[in-house]
Structures are given as structure tokens and as C-alpha cells.
Design a binder for this molecule. Structure first.
Ligand code: SER
Length: 341
């Protein structure tokens, strides 16, 4: 029985998931999306999914049923507990972020074997895989390449770094001692995302959340206290560029790719610069800085800028939005519209 290949998206209801679903369907309205999330999918994305599945990536029975019902050719495995939330429940985070990813990798390998074709797997990694000792060091080291400063200090960072390695293993070395070569394998590709900013959704549970929280609060007319100092710099990207990067990387010919993990970035504002642009758009915005020493320490363990030359050279990363354009053409108009009363 031949079935139409489907794209499985875990964490479909999350910030990246929602944007990705719209973009994939805009690019090809025939795309069959299986949206999996713990929570019911939002009304806006539900009609774009061939199936909306409420469930847990730790539920092996659910994953087995999925494999029985659909031919999965591509997986965007977005489900995860983000960095702040993970520090409150580290063992649960490990379960979801690592065991959940292992479950999906296993599912991908089984699908590849069944259908005799490669299954593509996109894994969103993070700047959180890096661990820099202190503020002064991060200010002096310049843009950080993929292989440097990779001793993370958060559970989330440890999980993401390990899963990058798992993906490389499943793609290049899976069962390397078996008597017979495994036929079809998986094609795992990973992007280390900077902080992401969406006009349409607000993040929850992350540590780069201060930037999107600041602008959404301003648009709602709510005062905002920023939990890092004004001088703190971090790489950020507008959500449309993040989604575009995933689609580009997945479309790149395998022979063009020299690695499985890529840094990407667009702009590296300080929290103070971000506040100034927010106030320029919303002059009544009340933004104050009151660093939370512990959350700020996490942000300061991440690079102030990353070196993304491999992504630009090998698969054509080219973000359309710089900081000013992100505000002028993406955030401000869409956020105003969203909170219009
Ligand atoms: N934005 C994420 C977080 O703050 C980092 O990948 O947890």
C-alpha cells in the first residue's frame, strides 16, 4: 500500500511550530502535515494540518501508532523544555529533551528502513550549547564558531549539545559494528538558533525571552522589568528568518553540507538598544532594568555573537531582517495589529 509522505512536526503548537506550519503550506499547499503537541493545536494552524495529534513524545505507543498510520518522510522535531523552565525540573527536561529526541530518531530510522528512502530530520539546537565563563570573556572573544566554548552550564544546553551528537551518530555511524550495513539512514540537520522574536506569539520558559517580552509588554501598555542589564548583548533573529533558515537547510543538497550543525545569526543587540527601539515605537513604554543575577548569568554564558559563515557558505543563509527592519517592517506593524483594542 503506498501512502502519501507526510511531514511530522513535534511541538507544533509552539512559537517556531506555528510559523513553520504556515510557511510550509504557503510554499506547497499539498504538504501533508502531522502536527503533534501536548496541547490542542491553535485554531489558526489546525486547518493546515492533515492530522492534529495531541500527545507526548515520551508515549512510545503513540509514536508506534503514528508509524503504522503514516509514511513520514520528514521530521521537524521542535518539542522541548526551554532553558529557564528546564532549570526548575532538570530531570523532566532531560526526559523530554533527550529521551524524546531519541524516540524520534528511532522512529526516523524505522521509517527509513520501511520505506527504503532517507528520512530528513531537522533539529533546532541553540546558542545555549555554549558555555562562556563570564561577562568579560564573552565581550572579548568575538563571534563564536560552532566548535568553541561547548561546555554548557544549563540542563537545556547539555541536552541540546548531546542531541546534536546523537543526530550525527544516527546519520553517520548508526550500528557501525553490525554484520550488515544498515540500508537507508536518516539525514539529520541542525541549526543552533539565537534568541527568536515573533510578532504573533510570546515565548514561555526561555532565558532569551526578555527581548520579545519587552516589546509585547510595550504594545499592551504594561510596564516591563528586564532581567538582564542594559549592556547585555545576545544574538537574535526575527521568526520569519528562522523559519526560512530551516526550510533552506532542509532543501540544501546533501553534498553541499560539510557538517550537521550550523550556527546562524542576524543581529546582536544589547538589551538597552532593544529597549530604545521599543520606546521609539511605543513612547509610553515603561521599561526598567533590574538584573536577576541567576538568569543573567545564564545569558552571559551564551555568546554575544556567533560565527555563522558555514551556514552562509554551504546553504545560503541570508536573513532578510536586520534589527531596524525587524522593528519597522515585522514587529511594530504586526504587534500593533495584534493588540489593537
Ligand atoms: N531561546 C532559548 C531559551 O532561552 C534558547 O535557545 O531557552
Amino acid at each position: 500500500m503506498s501512502r502519501k509522505p507526510a511531514v511530522l512536526i513535534t511541538g507544533a503548537n509552539g512559537e517556531i511550530g506555528q510559523s513553520l506550519i504556515f510557511s510550509l503550506r504557503r510554499a506547497d499547499p499539498e504538504t501533508r502535515i502531522l502536527g503533534l503537541d501536548l496541547r490542542e493545536l491553535g485554531e489558526a494552524i489546525r486547518p493546515h494540518c492533515h492530522a492534529a495529534i495531541i500527545g507526548d513524545i515520551l508515549d512510545q505507543g503513540l509514536l508506534d501508532r503514528l508509524v503504522g498510520e503514516y509514511e513520514i518522510s520528514t521530521i521537524f522535531h521542535l518539542a522541548a523544555l526551554l532553558s529557564t523552565r528546564a532549570e526548575f525540573t532538570p530531570e523532566t527536561a532531560h526526559q523530554v529533551n533527550v529521551q524524546g529526541t531519541l524516540n524520534l530518531l528511532k522512529l526516523a530510522v524505522e521509517q527509513a528502513r520501511w520505506h527504503g528512502s532517507t528520512v530528513k530530520f531537522l533539529f533546532p539546537s541553540s546558542i545555549a550549547v555554549h558555555g562562556i565563563p563570564d561577562f568579560e570573556t564573552r565581550e572579548s572573544i568575538g563571534p563564536v564558531p560552532e566548535h568553541k566554548w561547548t561546555i554548557p552550564t544549563t540542563m537545556y544546553g547539555c541536552n541540546k549539545l548531546y542531541c546534536e551528537n546523537l543526530g550525527r551518530y544516527y546519520t553517520r555511524h548508526y550500528k557501525q559494528l553490525a554484520a550488515e550495513e544498515e540500508g537507508q539512514r536518516i539525514d539529520f540537520r541542525s541549526i543552533r538558533f539565537p534568541g527568536l522574536i515573533s510578532a504573533f506569539t510570546t515565548p514561555s520558559g526561555g532565558t532569551s525571552d526578555y527581548a520579545p517580552e519587552m516589546i509585547h509588554a510595550a504594545a499592551k501598555g504594561v510596564p516591563y522589568t528586564c532581567f538582564v542589564r542594559a549592556a547585555t548583548r545576545l544574538p537574535f533573529m526575527a521568526m520569519p528568518d528562522a523559519v526560512d533558515a530551516m526550510i533552506k537547510l532542509m532543501a540544501a543538497p546533501a553534498e553541499d553540507l560539510q557538517r550537521v550543525v550550523y550556527n546562524i545569526s542576524a543581529f546582536n543587540p544589547s538589551a538597552g538598544e532593544f529597549a530604545d527601539l521599543t520606546k521609539a515605537a511605543f513612547p509610553d513604554a515603561e521599561i526598567t532594568f533590574s538584573p536577576d543575577v541567576k538568569r543573567e548569568r545564564i545569558v552571559h554564558s551564551w555568546p554575544a555573537a556567533v560565527d555563522d559563515r558555514h551556514a552562509r557558505a554551504e546553504w545560503g543563509l541570508s536573513p532578510a531582517y536586520d534589527l531596524q527592519r525587524t522593528f519597522d517592517e515585522y514587529l511594530i506593524p504586526n504587534i500593533r495589529e495584534r493588540y489593537r483594542t
